[in-house]
Design a protein around this ligand. Structure first.
Ligand code: PLP
Length: 391
C-alpha cells in the first residue's frame, strides 16, 4: 500500500482517539524523520519527549539487535539480567533503592498510587495538582487535575484532591487524616511547560515529612535528561519518596518505571502488583544503553547548552512579535505561549519540514532529541520567524 492508502485505511480501522497530521512517518535518523513521500522533517517533538538520543541511535539499534537474538521475553517469574542492571543504574543515580518496571507512564503512576495506598495502611487520599497530567488509565486519569480529560469517564477513582500547582498553603490545607501522599510533576509538561517557584519542591517535601505522608514525583516526561539533569528534581535538590519514569527511558522501546526508597518499597510484597511485559529483556537492555549514553557521551551538557540557545532564540522572537506572550522552560523542554491557538503554527511548520507540538491550546512546545545542534535550532528559528512574519 502507498502512504496515502495507508493513511486512508488508518482513518477507517484505527480507534478514533487522536487528531493526526495526514503524513505517515517511515524512517528516522538522529534529529530527522522522513515521510512516505520522501519529504524530510527536523524533529522538535521527539515522539513527545521519547527519542532523546535521536532516531535509530546506533547504540540503541545494536542493543536491540543483540538482545533480540538472545532473549526477548521470559516473564518476571525469573530474574532478568538487563532488568537488574537498569534498576541498579536508576538507584545509583537517584534517591531510589528499589524499582518496579512496567510499560508506560500511566502504568508507572498506577504503581505509585497503589504503593502509596499500601504504605498508607488504610489512608487512601492523594493530593494532586490542578492542570496536571498523569495518564489515561482510571487511576492516573483520576489523579489528573484537568476536567477535560475526565469528561465522559466518571465516576472516577475516589480519593484524589486537586489543589493549585505551586501553592504550598493549598497543599497544607488539603492534608487530612486520610491523606497518604502528594503527587506532583516537578514541571507541568502537558499543562503548558510550567515551572515551580524555587522553594516549592522543598516546601512540599517538608510538609510531607511533617505530616508523615509520601511525596511522589511524576517525571514521566521531564526525567531522563530532558531538563539537562538526569532527573528534574535534582535542579531543586529535593528528592521524593517515589518517582515515576517512562517516555525516554528506553528511547522509544515501551517501558515505565517506579522508583522508590527502601522503606516505602517494603510496603509491597509478592502478589501485590505485577506487569507481564514489565522490565522485559529488550526494553531494559536499551534502558541501560540510554543511561550510559546520556551520562557518558556529553548528552546532558548538550541539552543544557542547546536548551539555553533555543530559549535565547525564542526570547529574541518574543521581542519582535507581541503575540508571543511568554517563553519558558529548562533544558530542552521549552514552551512559547501564544496569544492565539497554536495549531496553525504547527501546521505551517510541518509544511516547511519541521515537527513541533502545541499543548494546552496556545503553547508551542519544543522537545527535540537532546542531540540537537545549533545549526538545526537556527533552521527552526528561521522558519518560525518567517511563519510569524506572515501573520
Ligand atoms: N505523566 C506525565 C507527566 C506525562 O507527560 C504523560 C504523558 O504524556 C504520562 C504520565 C502518561 O504516559 P503514557 O502516555 O506513557 O501512559
Amino acid at each position: 500500500m502507498t502512504g496515502e492508502e495507508l493513511i486512508r485505511e488508518g482513518q477507517r480501522v484505527l480507534a478514533n482517539t487522536y487528531t493526526r497530521h495526514p503524513i505517515l512517518l517511515k524512517r528516522g535518523k538522529g534529529t530527522q524523520v522522513w515521510d512516505s513521500t520522501g519529504k524530510a522533517y527536523l524533529d522538535f517533538v521527539g515522539g513527545i519527549a521519547v527519542c532523546s538520543l535521536g532516531h535509530c541511535h546506533p547504540k540503541v539499534v545494536q542493543a536491540l539487535e543483540e538482545q533480540a537474538k538472545e532473549l526477548i521475553h521470559c516473564s518476571n517469574l525469573y530474574y532478568i539480567g538487563p532488568q537488574v542492571e537498569l534498576a541498579q543504574r536508576l538507584c545509583e543515580h537517584s534517591f531510589g533503592e528499589r524499582v518496579f518496571f512496567c510499560n508506560s507512564g500511566t502504568e508507572a503512576n498506577e504503581a505509585a498510587i497503589k504503593l502509596a495506598r499500601k504504605y498508607g495502611e488504610g489512608r487512601y487520599e492523594i493530593i494532586t495538582m490542578e492542570n496536571s497530567f498523569h495518564g489515561r488509565t482510571m487511576g492516573a486519569l483520576s489523579a489528573t487535575g484537568q476536567k477535560k480529560f475526565h469528561k465522559g469517564f466518571e465516576p472516577l477513582l475516589p480519593g484524589f484532591q486537586y489543589v493549585p500547582f505551586d501553592d504550598l498553603k493549598a497543599v497544607e490545607g488539603a492534608i487530612g487524616p486520610q491523606t497518604c501522599a502528594v503527587m506532583v510533576e516537578p514541571i507541568q509538561a502537558e499543562g503548558g511547560v510550567i515551572l515551580p517557584s524555587p522553594d516549592y519542591l522543598k516546601g512540599l517535601r517538608d510538609l510531607c515529612d511533617r505530616s508523615g505522608i509520601l511525596l511522589i514525583y511524576d517525571e514521566v516526561q521531564v526525567g531522563m535528561g530532558r531538563t539537562g539533569m538526569l532527573f528534574a528534581y535534582q535542579h531543586w535538590d529535593t528528592p521524593p519518596h517515589i518517582m515515576t519514569l517512562a517516555k525516554s527511558l528506553a528511547n522509544g522501546v515501551p517501558i515505565g518505571a517506579m522508583v522508590a526508597t527502601e522503606a516505602v518499597a517494603q510496603a509491597f510484597s509478592p502478589g501485590n502488583h505485577a506487569a507481564t511485559f514489565g522490565g522485559n529483556p529488550l526494553a531494559t537492555r536499551v534502558g541501560c544503553v540510554v543511561i550510559d549514553t546520556l551520562l557518558g557521551d556529553g548528552i546532558l551538557e548538550n541539552c543544557q547548552d542547546m536548551g539555553a540557545y533555543l530559549m535565547e532564540g525564542l526570547i529574541n522572537l518574543k521581542k519582535r512579535y507581541a503575540f508571543i506572550q511568554d517563553v519558558r522552560g529548562i533544558g530542552l523542554i521549552i514552551g512559547a505561549e501564544l496569544a492565539f491557538e497554536g495549531k496553525e503554527i504547527v501546521e505551517r511548520c510541518l509544511e516547511r519540514g519541521f515537527l513541533i507540538n502545541c499543548t494546552a491550546g496556545t503553547i508551542l512546545r519544543f522537545l527535540p532529541p537532546l542531540i540537537v545542534t545549533r545549526d538545526e535550532i537556527d533552521r527552526l528559528l528561521t522558519a518560525l520567524e518567517a511563519i510569524f512574519a506572515e501573520r
